[in-house]
Design a protein around this ligand. Sequence first.
Ligand code: M6R
Length: 612
Amino acid sequence: MCGIVAYIGEKQAFPILLEGLKRLEYRGYDSAGISILNGTLKTVKKKGKVSDLEAVSATIDTTGTLGIGHTRWATHGKPDDINAHPHNSGDGTISLVHNGIIENYATIKKALEDRGHVFKSQTDTEVLVHLIEEFKNQDNLDLEQAVTKALSRVVGAYAIVVVDKENPNQIVAARKSSPLVLGIGDKEFYVASDASPIIKYTKKVVYLNDEEIAIANRDGSFVVKNIHNEIQEPVIQELDLKIEQLEKGGYDHFMLKEIMEQPTTIAESMRGRINAEEGWVSLGGLEEHQQRILNAHRIIFVACGTSWHSALIAEYLIEDLARIPVEVEYASEFRYRNPILTEKDVVIAISQSGETADTLAALEIAKEKGALTYGIVNVVGSSIARVTDSGSYIHAGPEIGVASTKAFTSQLVVLILMALKLGEKKGTIPSGMLRELIYGLESVPKKVAEILEQKEKIKLIAQEIQNKPNALYLGRGLNFPVALEGALKLKEISYIHAEGYPAAEMKHGPIALIDEDMPVFIVATNVSAHEKIVSNIQEVKARKGVVIAIVNEGDNIISGLADFTFEIPYIEEPLTPLLSVIPLQLISYYISVMRGCNVDQPRNLAKSVTVE
Ligand code: M6R
């Protein structure tokens, strides 16, 4: 939700900021803007994409070695030029970019209006820059002091960068519940929402903690303090990221690149964690707290969106293989009720970004109640990775497309490893089965590659479905969450209304929707419930529904019934979601392209949801 980038140093700031905004555009693309300080404060902002901003900037003098930039996902105020960031103080000296929500902005705005402040936008952010201005002028404070004082008055979430025309040798950045990274170069500093705009220039970074303020000076010095004015010892980290990982690598879209990368990313997720020959599974973060997890009264997963679907699959696997009770919660619901939690529970957060606000808030509750917290996260150094007691990275590499694909399969790998390890330690998995599943896991990258090689066949199916207004996705057992994931992928990038349902629930309502115009995707790879899924297909066909079935290779029974069939290679049943989801990802991708949608940046969405 909103991307921030800033630069101070000896280079020209504008090209750095523009390129940074392009890298951050996945976080929001309603509008973009840049302020440059060069004697005067120049702000240019535009509704739409960073390319729209680039076009309007072409005629403006953008020279200057200090600047801030922003790409917006709108919360308060519609997407337009005025609501775009940066926002400037009334006297035009201070400029600010913000990611997050100032919850008490209305009260502050009223008080400032009473003191004569005039606001141009409908945003909560503009209130913050006026508040900083008010403290700076009224109390005769410097920028750093005024920012600190203003932040002590606001309620909500923020990552901000602020510059002041009267202090052209400094940028001030601060965070609370929204990510911010300080990049340290040679007598220069970068600030950004994530490391992607920074990596080209420096690998040395400091991830700010909540309620920390960084003051970066043109002479190369910097200070990190907290909101109570106490100096903090910054932890300088080395980034483990390559610039090529952030490029499309010859593909038309990041989503397709990320789908096609899955043989590699799946292998990366299990690298060093299994050995089929020797028959072992190892998951460092889990082993550190093994006894507590094995003895847990319950494992509670908290997550959102695709990560929530991974958690549903984990529920099936952990209960089946390790016999530990599991609950799966939408983080956004969990945080607002009064959940019963004790120190005997383990709360596992799953998140690609590691920054999802609802998931973070759910973890806070778990910590307060004394539960052990565990993070299954992709982005290294992200907030969830840092606040949890333990965890496992999924090692999928940067995921830029808003629709999550490779993160899903890598999450599944880690969750399968977790189920296997817990089952092994509990003695609930026979050793023969454990070894068979480890062998099965090792075969996944090759089998995913085989599926991807058939993408032309999937394109043909997509062609048949592309103009339908609705779609139903059905699955049983482990394939029910896969059906949910298939439906989410289709709706978010092609805007076709799609619903996922447990196949057996169809007769309790959704069957009324079925007619010759309703495509029904059936994930039918369950060996154990084959006859039942065949009956479900018969029920759809009897009502003239169009069946697209994902089946195990050689399943002539379902192939004979379905209108379209896609076969996946044989794999042990607990591992089938790793394969059955791949054709669904590709079908959604192709339909989105065929419908002329913006695949990587679907309307109204952003990659990382750092607001409630
Ligand atoms: O970064 P997270 O995994 O916490 O994100 C959760 C959801 O916002 C995310 O999965 C979202 O639903 C994706 N757009 C799905 O493709």
